[in-house]
Write a protein that binds this ligand. Structure first.
Ligand code: NAI
Length: 291
């Protein structure tokens, strides 16, 4: 029975997943090493819920209920009672492994430990645990409260019971689950690589600028966002790292080759909406992922 949820990382994804779990009635503890990230997550949730009230989607008591279900914490130990913890920190295997190993010393023997990684091997993450059968990938899409799809990725070590429990719980959170094998990029991020990669290559070849490519994909292609808008929305650093991981995991298959333009934009801090500038300038636009 899942009641207590731990979330590690209060950034774009962690804060959204916390909202989803709290809305489903779970007691959520949202942990981040950075107090500022927690403050931002709390303020963003306040704004989102107010907007939902204005739209008539929830009432004030529902807002209070959701907010009361989330506690913001700065010590990993606070997640000791979590039945299920979902990690959403930086896309770096070594950093994730370290956090998972520490978490395992606090939680119960039956607690499930999940990663929201976009592209890393769940088997490698699981292998860092004393009990790898409890480890699984639960991959939400951005923005987590709005996107229906969640990929659930069992590693070779994951127990059937852990998989069943997670599928049931995420379904209860009103999401649609796709079970994917533990391969680089899983389903969606693998299919999406050429969407970003080809757009970046076309820009580099001088075929068209960002705005023209985006406009073509939206007006003719029927996409809600063009590739550059979407990369700015996801975060260029996150998107670049995912491409790099998928590229390396497929033995440097040129189909997934990362772009120098995106690498330089990431290095320059042009991360997209979250930093106020990416392929587009967001300084005068409220940079938030809140819906
Ligand atoms: P983000 O950069 O917005 O947030 C990461 C948060 O983790 C930050 O608040 C940071 O302070 C915190 N953090 C870093 N190291 C930590 C540690 N050791 N302990 C606790 N907190 C720590 O990142 P974002 O975009 O939320 O991505 C998180 C994960 O979710 C990554 O694995 C990413 O690949 C995955 N993901 C991202 C999506 C996106 O569209 N941004 C979509 C789906 C998955």
């Amino acid at each position: 029975m899942i009641k207590n949820i731990g979330i590690i990382g209060a950034g774009t994804m962690g804060s959204g997943i916390a909202q989803v779990a709290a809305t489903a009635g779970c007691a959520v503890k949202l942990f981040d090493v950075n107090q500022e990230a927690l403050d931002k997550a709390k303020a963003a949730l306040e704004k989102v819920l107010k907007r939902l009230i204005e739209k008539g989607r929830i009432d004030a008591s529902e807002k209070d209920r959701i907010q009361a279900n989330i506690r913001y914490v700065t010590a990993l130990k606070e997640l000791a009672k979590a039945d299920l913890t979902i990690e959403a920190i930086v896309e770096n295997l070594e950093v994730k492994k370290k956090v998972f190993q520490e978490l395992e010393t606090y939680v119960s023997d039956t607690a499930i430990i999940a990663s929201n990684t976009s592209s890393l091997s769940i088997a490698s993450i699981a292998a860092s645990l004393q009990n790898p059968e409890r480890c699984i990938g639960i991959h939400f899409f951005n923005p987590a409260p709005l996107m229906k799809l969640v990929e659930v990725i069992p590693a070779v070590q994951t127990s059937q019971n852990v998989l069943n429990t997670c599928v049931a719980e995420i379904t209860r959170w009103k999401k649609v689950v796709a079970i994917a094998k533990d391969t680089p990029g899983f389903i969606v991020n693998r299919v999406a690589r050429p969407f970003y990669g080809e757009a970046l290559r076309m820009y580099e070849e001088g075929v068209a600028n960002f705005a023209t490519i985006d406009a073509a994909m939206k007006s003719v292609g029927g996409f809600r966002m063009g590739p550059f808008e979407l990369m700015d929305f996801i975060g260029n650093d996150v998107n670049y790292t995912v491409t790099e991981t998928v590229f390396n995991a497929f033995y440097q298959d040129p189909r997934y080759k990362p772009s120098f333009t995106q690498q330089r934009y990431s290095q320059a801090g042009y991360l997209g909406r979250k930093s106020g500038r990416g392929y587009y300038d967001y300084k005068n636009v409220e940079a938030d992922n809140a819906f």
